[in-house]
Design a protein. Sequence first.
Length: 299
Amino acid sequence: MKKVLSVLLSLIIVGIVWYLFIKPYDYRVTFKTRTFPGTINQSLKIWNSTLEDAQIVKQEGLSHLEQKIKFNDSTFLYEWEIIPLTDSTSKVKVYVKDLEHSLQNKIAIPFSHTDFEERTVNTVKDFNEKLNDHISNFRVKVTGESKLPATYCAYVSVKTTQLGKAKGMMYNYPLLNTILSNNGIELNGRPFIEVTQWDMETDSIHYDFCYPIIKSDSLPEHPDLKYKQFNSRDALMAIYNGNYISSDRAWYALMNYATKNDLEVAGLPVEVFHNNPNMGGDALRWKAEVYLPLKNMDD
């Protein structure tokens, strides 16, 4: 009996030491949401930018972000772990630590409902409400494998962020429309963007905003306007409905689909637009075909 009690006492002491001095967080909040990791990642960054004193200090892929938020005399470290469950659902675990008062929190939490717990729950709840509001404002449906047709196009190159993508399009719509229409250039399809560079940590992108045209011998010249042949390619396709500011959410849906179905990606996203955002209207009625190029079967 003494040996059993001694072992139990040792286990209790080890548990207390681990809980107070080794456990890397003070409190954990978990919730499920009906979207995929890329949308959560982007929504978290946008929400962070709205807070008074907060910053994303580290990102590992799409599924792990570390965030510091200052509240009065305390700095909280939030570690966000995003776990995909299905094509359209994810679990989010948030590990929170008060960097100045961690030990006090760990001592108090088992015996009382603390201000630290309440603030943590309310902060995560605030993000979850913003996320759910965002999810209600767009739709993405992956339709499967398709093919991007070849075309000749006039284009303008844009360097911006994912959030600034639609603004870049709206800015260049008048330029492309005016130059091409004034010179009698015949259009040959819907406008599209071809992403040429994408940094997922900084969310910076380079893209070509393209108008398909009929190639001719007398194309207008302009310092910002270029021309190229866009080649046909195999691709995954998704239909996106919503404001084009957030059409990159379809990029992540296509990436998830490719990973789960062992499909080899061979390029960056292409978006084909059915609506002119300058005309306004109900954004949920806007439509874009979003493609993620795949390795051709005969390559």
